[in-house]
Design a protein. Structure first.
Length: 122
């Protein structure tokens, strides 16, 4: 009988979870984005070409920004109608000490911009 190795079992579980997440998000693109920060704010910017404000969903908490966007569009082709889909998903970690309740969000020309103030240290 083989000896039980908890690290091997944890590794197997991690691979199954990763495969499940990859399958669930198949077809989603990772939007280009970047974060910068200074002593007062954390700034995040995501490029979501072809999206409108109504197509975008985002969540901000103390630890992450999660951005998803979905758009289905019917287009006329020579053969008739066809549908085109665009899907984006991205989750990024935030540094500690941010105040997500006071985040400011703008969306213009396919670019989602988020400014999150840092908590004041007492």
């Amino acid at each position: 009988m083989a000896e039980f190795d908890p690290f091997v079992e944890i590794s197997k579980i991690q691979r199954r979870i990763s495969k499940g997440i990859s399958t669930a998000l198949k077809g989603y693109k990772k939007p280009f984005g970047h974060m910068t920060q200074n002593s007062k704010f954390v700034y995040a910017e995501f490029k979501l070409p072809g999206m409108e404000k109504k197509d975008i969903d985002f969540k901000i908490n103390n630890r992450h920004i999660t951005v998803s966007a979905e758009k289905k569009k019917q287009i006329k082709t020579i053969d008739g109608q066809d549908s085109v889909e665009a899907n984006y998903f991205r989750k990024v970690s935030l540094p500690s000490g941010v105040n997500p309740d006071k985040a400011q969000v703008t969306f213009s020309d396919g670019i989602l911009k988020i400014s999150i103030p840092r908590k004041k240290i007492k």
